[in-house]
Design a protein around this ligand. Structure first.
Ligand SMILES: Cc1cc2nc3c(=O)[nH]c(=O)nc-3n(C[C@H](O)[C@H](O)[C@H](O)COP(=O)(O)O)c2cc1C
Length: 704
């Protein structure tokens, strides 16, 4: 199939078969499309996607049992070397199979053959701008030579028209853009000299953009390079944090002494209260947030939850989004990569949906709220506190700062961060109190798991601690001020091997409800509840997370587990329109063309966010392929015998309803590269993509 030809033609025409657009499938929960059509049903087999017989094909090695879903690989930045809470081999148990994982992945280098100097990269050919490095500069300054020999020829997708320029009337990749012929011209001067110039629809905008360095249109939370340099040189003063941490160090010392003595000496236990000194300042009152039935939430997703993907999800109805997890220390060191993760699309800086009257939240005004929150991880309170001060000071568009207490990967766990915090409740409480103290009006939340080990579930105790605080601290300073808790219904040890435990989530949801109603009376035993120490809206919101893959499951969790909202992770990568299904309350049988349109959107949004030059294009390609490594898992509901579809069901080999549907279901990463070429042009020879798992199957290493 000549995929390249497809772009620019009406998609329905390229599928071979004519293809219906989305069918809205409105069914009762237990009725399948096949049953509706009057076909007798085969019984549903647990773990196997119930594909109608006529779509099954014979493909040895593609039995569902051969595909062991291991989303662990996708979640981690690195592969874990311990799969449980313990270190070293498990007694009497088998070590988890590691051999299929691609631990060291390389994607090749995506640069031009010869580098064009920045001093000429955005300016007209005869611009008098001189190069800062002068004679020492080894990059090209001759524009014509660069266009001819220094880079690949323009790509021909999108009719050769730069998608960024078409949308914004300007292109931040300048001369390096691989569609530059569509936004450049040669002008002839009176003296006969011919000059190459870039064309913009709006000159002022392009000048402003040049000033803003690597800022991209529609992208918010761009931190000036100067700030990152200042952070790196330790030139940024964290007055609030320093003051708070000084107090915290003394208080922790006092508390430790008290803790060790209290077991056998009641008078000593009271000593802490007697010696307690107030923190140097109280937290500021927080902006109100709200999580409800109408706010399905996109989970923080390392690698996958990048800006273009989140933008697509918001367009499809996600009401709350989170950044990929950033490490606290690199943020404090001004590292570009981690600050880049904090950027958001302007659509994420808009208010989340709110149905007034659905829940009694009289104090909430969604016009003052926004969708985008960030997630950080830290192993020590000082890192979490300072990183929070930095984020809330430098990022204007921020709903919430979430602390990751679920990341299972070894590197994070062993440092004492991520899921290790589940077993360090006192440290975690101090972190949250400190973050809350320095975050100004931005609320703080936590994402947790059921525990580290399967035989020791700790989340119930932890939610009490997060909602109310430990008895001693609660009496002295009130509640920690945790605005929301998300519980992923699995342990660290379990990873993705079993289904998420929604009955445990329901038990925790009931506890939180109880704590929320108790909160005032509990805090009142010592002092009047202080609005500044209470979480947003005076209560802690509780979100459940795990395996949600349809509006049916979403609403079932809302109604049965009684969570405030549901966070969706892998379900959104496999089926980003899950948010649309939730909004409309029905299944949407998206056609292959419509699904391909989402791929095209990802490509466009990727180029807008990362650039349309060699680097940006191939960065987009890499993340598009990561997306496709999940997206291929979608089994169209129109070919299923039973509903609801389940995230962990695996299909036998099947063909789609047309060629494109079959192609989109391919697990071969070479097919994913072909799909990427439809929108990004041919992959350069040096381009490499290693799926996270060598068998290209579902196996992926997944942080939280
Ligand atoms: C690829 C991938 C990346 C993830 N990255 C993060 C992360 O950065 N932070 C986090 O708290 N959880 C992370 N998680 C966990 C998810 O947020 C979520 O808790 C988990 O996938 C369970 O939800 P699901 O069953 O809806 O996927 C990641 C999961 C996956 C699959």
């Amino acid at each position: 199939m000549e995929l390249q030809e497809k772009v620019g033609r009406p998609i329905d025409a390229v599928n071979g078969d004519s293809e219906p657009a989305t069918k809205r499938v409105k069914l009762a929960d237990d009725v399948s499309p096949a049953a509706q059509e009057g076909t007798p049903l085969r019984p549903r087999v647990k773990g196997v996607a119930p594909i109608k017989e006529e779509y099954l094909i014979s493909a040895p090695g593609r039995e569902p049992e051969a595909d062991i879903p291991d989303d662990d690989a996708a979640e981690g930045r690195t592969a874990p070397d311990a799969q449980d809470g313990s270190h070293g081999p498990k007694k009497g148990g088998k070590q988890k199979r590691q051999k299929g994982q691609n631990k060291e992945r390389h994607f090749g280098t995506f640069t031009d053959a010869v580098r064009l100097c920045n001093s000429v990269a955005w300016t007209p050919e005869f611009s008098p701008r001189s190069c800062w490095s002068g004679e020492r500069c080894n990059a090209l300054h001759d524009l014509r030579k660069y266009l001819k020999e220094g880079r690949r020829a323009d790509v021909e997708v999108f009719g050769g028209k730069c998608p960024v320029w078409e949308t914004h009337g300007r292109c931040s990749s300048g001369w390096r853009c691989l569609f530059v012929s569509s936004h450049m011209k040669e002008v002839e001067h009176e003296d006969g000299r011919k000059e190459l110039v870039l064309v913009t629809r709006d000159d002022k905008a392009s000048e402003a953009e040049e000033e803003a360095g690597d800022a991209r249109p529609g992208v918010v939370n761009n931190i000036p390079s100067g700030t990152k340099i200042d952070l790196n040189r330790k030139k940024v003063a964290f007055e609030k944090s320093e003051q708070y941490l000084k107090w915290l160090a003394k208080d922790t010392e006092l508390y430790k002494i008290h803790y060790h003595r209290q077991k056998d000496d009641v008078d000593e236990a009271n000593d802490y209260r007697a010696q307690y000194i107030e923190p140097p300042f109280q937290p500021s009152e927080k902006r109100k947030v709200y999580f409800g039935r109408e706010t399905p939430t996109l989970a923080p997703l390392t690698t996958q939850g990048n800006l273009p993907f989140r933008r697509l999800c918001v367009e499809l109805g996600a009401q709350v989004t989170y950044s990929e997890m950033a490490l606290g220390l690199p943020l404090l060191q001004g590292q570009k990569a981690d600050w880049t993760l904090m950027r958001a699309h302007e659509s994420e800086a808009t208010p989340p949906r709110f149905n007034p009257g659905s829940v009694a939240e009289p104090s909430y005004d969604n016009s003052k709220d926004l969708k985008f929150g960030v997630q950080i991880t830290a192993h020590a309170p000082w890192i979490a506190v300072k990183a929070t001060e930095a984020l809330t000071r430098f990022m204007p568009h921020l709903r919430i700062v979430d602390i990751n207490c679920g990341c299972p990967i070894d590197m994070v766990f062993k440092s004492g961060a991520g899921s290790a915090l589940l077993d360090a409740p006192s440290k975690l409480e101090r972190m949250i109190r400190g973050m809350n103290a320095v975050s100004g009006e931005v609320p703080i939340s936590a994402k947790i798991r059921m525990g580290v080990r399967d035989d020791k579930l700790t989340a119930q105790k932890l939610v009490e601690r997060l909602a109310l605080g430990s008895a001693d601290m609660r009496d002295q300073t009130g509640a920690p001020g945790c605005a929301a808790i998300t519980l992923h219904g699995r342990t660290r040890q379990q990873r993705y091997t079993k289904a998420a435990d929604w009955s445990y989530i329901a038990e925790c949801a009931a506890l939180i409800k109880q704590y929320n109603s108790q909160k005032d009376s509990l805090t009142d035993t010592i002092r009047e509840a202080d609005a500044r120490t209470l979480p947003s809206a005076g209560r802690t919101y509780f979100l459940g997370n795990g395996d949600c893959y349809s509006h049916i499951e979403y609403f079932e969790h809302m109604d049965k587990a009684k969570v405030d909202s549901v966070m969706i992770g892998r379900g959104a990568i496999v089926k980003p329109w899950i948010f649309e299904e939730i909004e409309k309350g029905q299944y949407l049988d998206k056609s292959a063309s419509e699904r391909l349109m989402y791929v095209e959107k990802f490509a466009r949004y990727g180029m807008e966010a990362w650039g349309s030059d060699e680097l940006g294009l191939n960065y987009t390609r890499r993340f598009l392929l990561e997306f496709l490594s999940f997206f291929n898992r979608y089994v169209p509901i129109g070919i299923l015998e039973h509903l609801p579809p389940a995230l962990n069901d695996r299909p036998k080999a099947y063909r789609g309803r047309n060629d494109l549907e079959t192609l989109l279901a391919s697990r071969d990463y070479k097919d994913w590269i072909k799909i990427s070429e439809m929108f990004l042009g041919p992959a350069p020879k040096e381009f490499k993509f290693q799926p996270k798992h060598k068998s290209n199957s579902y196996e992926i290493e997944a942080e939280g």
